[in-house]
Design a binder for this molecule. Structure first.
Ligand SMILES: N[C@@H](CCC[C@H](N)C(=O)O)C(=O)O
Length: 273
């Protein structure tokens, strides 16, 4: 069985081409694939499925977190998924649609290897508090298809201990939440704001980047100013992305890198069922 390894700003994924939707991708198999000692190592799995499509799209991105859980959407994963489709010859370079559990998303692959995703609306749904490293940090709940609690703080984000999961309000986030900590590096550059973000991802732990988290972070930063539109670069541990927020949608541009391809050992895979 073929696999491809890739990353977007060092948020890394095992890509499993399964065009005819045949694979039994159990949580145990996802956990083993993502394990950095007994598997390939990754923050998540992207299963590539060909579909008849509900609105012109030919592809479905089946995203799983490293703990085996299913999430609605993955922004970095979507860029890597798009890059894989072009690299494998399944799509020409340019614009096409990918189905996700959060809905259809248009992607545009660029010749320099970067990808722009239409991320859909970033809906600010309220305020809440994250308990991080002994601090209570206020932020905005933002729905980017998946749930986020994006907290702008003056405390330097690089100093927080994110080896422990942040606490959050389980009534507000009954299905868990991804927590972002954000510093404003510069509120007004020629490209909009400049933010720095760290993230603790639901179902994974701290990762070096989270695409939906960067969109939530910019939406939260804007909401704190009473704004609903704007743009910003977001520095993450694994690089930089660019986000725009519009009234009805948002976009995310950043790198998408394919690193390796190979074959899974059949007896290893079968033993995990
Ligand atoms: N890394 C992703 C987000 C993956 C899903 C998230 N952990 C969740 O459970 O919602 C991204 O780049 O957006």
């Amino acid at each position: 069985m073929e696999f491809v390894k890739g990353h977007g700003t060092e948020n890394d994924f095992v890509i499993l081409p399964d065009l005819d939707d045949q694979l039994d991708l159990t949580p145990a198999r996802v956990q083993a694939l993502c394990d950095r000692q007994r598997g390939l190592g990754a923050d998540g799995v992207l299963r590539v499925v060909r579909t008849s499509g509900v609105s012109g799209g030919k592809w479905f991105m089946d995203y799983r977190n490293a703990d085996g859980s299913i999430a609605e959407m993955c922004g970095n994963g979507l860029r890597v998924f798009a890059r894989y489709l072009v690299d494998a010859g399944h799509q020409p370079q340019g614009e096409f649609v990918v189905g996700t559990r959060a809905g259809d998303r248009t992607v545009v692959t660029h010749p320099d290897g970067s990808v722009t995703n239409d991320m859909g609306p970033a809906r600010v749904t309220g305020t809440s508090i994250a308990a991080v490293d002994g601090h209570g940090i206020g932020g905005f709940a933002v729905d980017v298809g998946n749930p986020h609690l994006a907290c702008v703080t003056d405390t330097p984000v690089d100093g927080f201990d994110l080896t422990v999961p942040p606490g959050f309000d389980p009534v507000m986030f009954p299905h868990g939440v991804n927590v972002e900590l954000i510093n404003v590096l510069d509120p007004d550059t020629p490209r909009g704001g400049a933010l720095r973000m760290r993230v603790y991802e639901r179902g994974v732990g701290e990762t070096r980047s989270c695409g939906t988290g960067t969109v939530a972070s910019v939406a939260s930063w804007l909401a704190g100013q009473g704004r609903t539109t704007g743009s910003a670069t977001v520095d993450v541990l694994g690089g930089q992305v660019f986000v725009t927020i519009e009234p009805t949608t948002s976009t995310l541009t950043g790198p998408a890198v394919l690193v390796a391809r190979g074959e899974l050992d059949k007896s290893w895979w079968d033993a995990l069922a």
